[in-house]
Design a protein around this ligand. Structure first.
Ligand SMILES: NC(=O)c1ccc[n+]([C@@H]2O[C@H](COP(=O)([O-])OP(=O)(O)OC[C@H]3O[C@@H](n4cnc5c(N)ncnc54)[C@H](OP(=O)(O)O)[C@@H]3O)[C@@H](O)[C@H]2O)c1
Length: 240
């Protein structure tokens, strides 16, 4: 029987590429999303991948959604915490709501999704948790105090939880994408985008599939000795 993978925010952008690459690698994939029903319907129509809707910012919603998947599809072996949002503003203009929304999805979302399925992975002595952080969690970014704080938190979460999961066959790793050509980045004004590309040594934005391939590797049995690691996939833009 094939392993089951759950990808949060798995219907668009990087998450969609991850869902498709895992399916291609032989996993039974379920993609979660927050609200864009049309994109989810189209994604299922094109890929045949099941989609389920709830917000990763809502702990009870995560518990219910995970229980439903485990009942209908089977125990979750691979969790990709990919769902993420931006609410950018310079700090002096940042509202408490902008802070809470980004921390709620991008940081609390990791707790909310991982906690309900952690004991099952421990009992089965196998699990793969892959957290999509960001270059801006590593280096900080003007206008993104909320986002950078959450994404840096994702790296701390990864390092600590990796130590707890290691003896139970569970690996926990983070990937820090640089700027990837998704709607999130294409929404940035063209002039700003050009100035970003000028700072990337490989001279282009990354492709969602380049993140997806890293996920497929980390999910595999061959990656069993890698845990607590942070993978920098940014075209050389920021070297840690
Ligand atoms: N794009 C980049 O250059 C870049 C760089 C570094 C890191 N990242 C990170 O990579 C991840 C994916 O980014 P992306 O550019 O692919 O984003 P995207 O194109 O905006 O897609 C975001 C996905 O996350 C879902 N989502 C948002 N909030 C959610 C919530 N509360 N609960 C469940 N799902 C939620 C969305 O669902 P709906 O369709 O329902 O809205 C959508 O499927 C994010 O964590 C982002 O921070 C991106």
């Amino acid at each position: 029987m094939s392993r089951v993978a759950l990808v949060t925010g798995g219907t668009r952008g990087i998450g969609a590429a991850i869902s498709m690459a895992l399916k291609e690698a032989g996993y039974t994939v379920v993609a979660n999303y927050a609200g864009n029903d049309e994109a989810a319907r189209e994604f299922t129509h094109v890929t045949g991948i099941k989609t389920v809707k709830w917000s990763v910012a809502d702990y009870t919603g995560c518990e219910d959604g995970i229980r439903q998947i485990e009942d209908e599809v089977g125990p979750i072996d691979v969790l990709v915490n990919n769902a993420g949002i931006t609410r950018d503003a310079p700090f002096h203009k940042m509202s408490r709501e902008q802070w809470d929304q980004v921390i709620g999805t991008n940081l609390n979302g990791l707790f909310n999704m991982t906690h309900p399925l952690w004991n099952g992975m421990r009992e089965r002595k196998f699990g793969r948790i892959i957290n999509i952080s960001s270059i801006n969690g590593q280096k900080g970014q003007f206008g993104q105090v909320n986002y950078s704080a959450a994404k840096a938190g994702d790296i701390g979460f990864t390092k600590a939880l990796a130590q707890e999961g290691a003896r139970s066959g569970i690996t926990v790793n983070a990937i820090c994408p640089g700027y990837i050509a998704t709607e999130m980045v294409m929404a940035v004004p063209e002039k700003v985008r050009e100035s970003i590309i000028a700072t990337i040594p490989v001279g282009r934005l990354g492709e969602p599939d380049e993140i997806a391939r890293t996920v497929v590797f980390l999910a595999s049995d061959q990656a069993g000795f890698i845990t607590g690691a942070t993978f920098t996939v940014n075209g050389g833009q920021y070297l840690t």
